[in-house]
Design a protein around this ligand. Sequence first.
Ligand code: NAD
Length: 491
Amino acid sequence: MTFLEYAPAPESTAILNLRKSYGLFIDGAFVDGRGTPFQTISPATEVPIAEIANANGADVDAAVTAARRAYERTWSKLSGADRGKYLFRIARLVQERARELAVAESLDNGKPIKESRDVDIPLVAAWFFYYAGWADKLDYAGLGPSPRALGVAAQVIPWNFPLLMLAWKIAPALAAGNTVVLKPAETTPLTALIFAEILQQADLPPGVVNIITGAGDTGKALVNHGDVNKVAFTGSTAVGRAIAKSTAGTGKKLTLELGGKAANIVFDDAPIDQAIEGIVNGIFFNQGHVCCAGSRLLVQENVHDEVISRLKHRLSTLRVGDPLDKNTDVGAINSRQQLERIQELSEVGEQEGAERWSPACELPTTGFWFAPTIFTNVSTSHRIAREEIFGPVLSVLTFRTPAEAIAKANNTPYGLSAGIWSDKGSRILGVADKLRAGVVWANTFNQFDPASPFGGYKESGYGREGGRHGLAAYLEARGWNSPVPSEGARA
Ligand code: NAD
């Protein structure tokens, strides 16, 4: 079969106004870091983009001190309506600079420009608009009258949705009246630093948000700092577990958003063409660097061959390559380290006897790339069915009855999300009810909305982000015995 050829359609980087080097954003200004600076590179080309400051313990202390001072002197003295005005202003500035932010995100992260332009950045603005609206309505958050802010929030985020994860963390924290020190991931600090410029444009009082860059040691110093009241972490289960241990007994309120190994369940009565699109979106969106990715496909046995054959056909139309090309469907893997992990687990899949398939596709010779991959003949005991690969790799299992689908879907240490494809509403509701997953999508996948809580069961973490539930993670009820929707939402 021949396909129409696409002419290259690269998005211009002329809109970027990047500095050669970025300092730490502390107390409203960029300052030098005391650690050894590092480069952030484009994972598609391995070309350095900018030099980034590295925060050591003293820098972390300066950032937390600035956040504490801002909390006591300014932010906690403002009315909710006034805090909301700042958040609305930030949301509008994100919209104004949306194209620049999208280009910077694709350059630094490797994700296709059509995703950063149409998904990440619009959701960032939506998150700030949504929580701006809550800032003067905290009495209605479900925590009783006048719930109290916690104080200084320490927030550590990963590299897969750099600016979106920042928005998920900062917007509810500020709306609830807290001040923030946030550390972006070391491979994707760029948009957080452009966001710091947006905060200056928005005239946000100095110290209300501080952004410090660095690797795991910086994150560790931040979450262990004695003067933070709240720790919010998104990242790997291993680091989440270490943070849970180190914060236990300190009185710091903790939310963890960790890994996943979601089941995407296709019943034989599903609209197959739609399901194919949902499977592709579930695991190949953002190169599969998605904590809630549908990385385990459970297909009813009698439609397995048809689904796999149509899926292979669809995969051979995916365009893998330059993240800044508007036609690209699958971009670069975020780092060499992540690429090696994906390669290693895929080799294990083959050794364990699963059947590996990728479409013919030419990968660029520089940068970090991995072809979209499907494993069939996978059994529940295989490592590729149990461990999070966090890349464009789908493991396919089969089932015969709804009960078997549910048992296999729940047979995982994780519980972040799941998908169900079926024509029958009653079947969808019946199955969804029995899945141990924080989010269950029906006849769709990877849909996000700021009004909808998101979070996991078991090793996927605890606490909820988004919606009214997301506010509860940053507030304390005052003397009113109300049902707290957030932390208690974990079953
Ligand atoms: P990671 O845990 O290594 O890093 C995440 C962040 O934590 C980075 O900013 C890193 O510098 C920092 N960090 C590393 N060690 C630390 C320590 N000891 N103390 C404090 N901070 C530390 O994870 P990663 O490899 O960057 O991200 C991939 C993982 O994140 C995947 O497992 C994925 O499932 C998970 N993730 C989960 C969600 C979610 O919402 N549940 C979202 C995105 C990613």
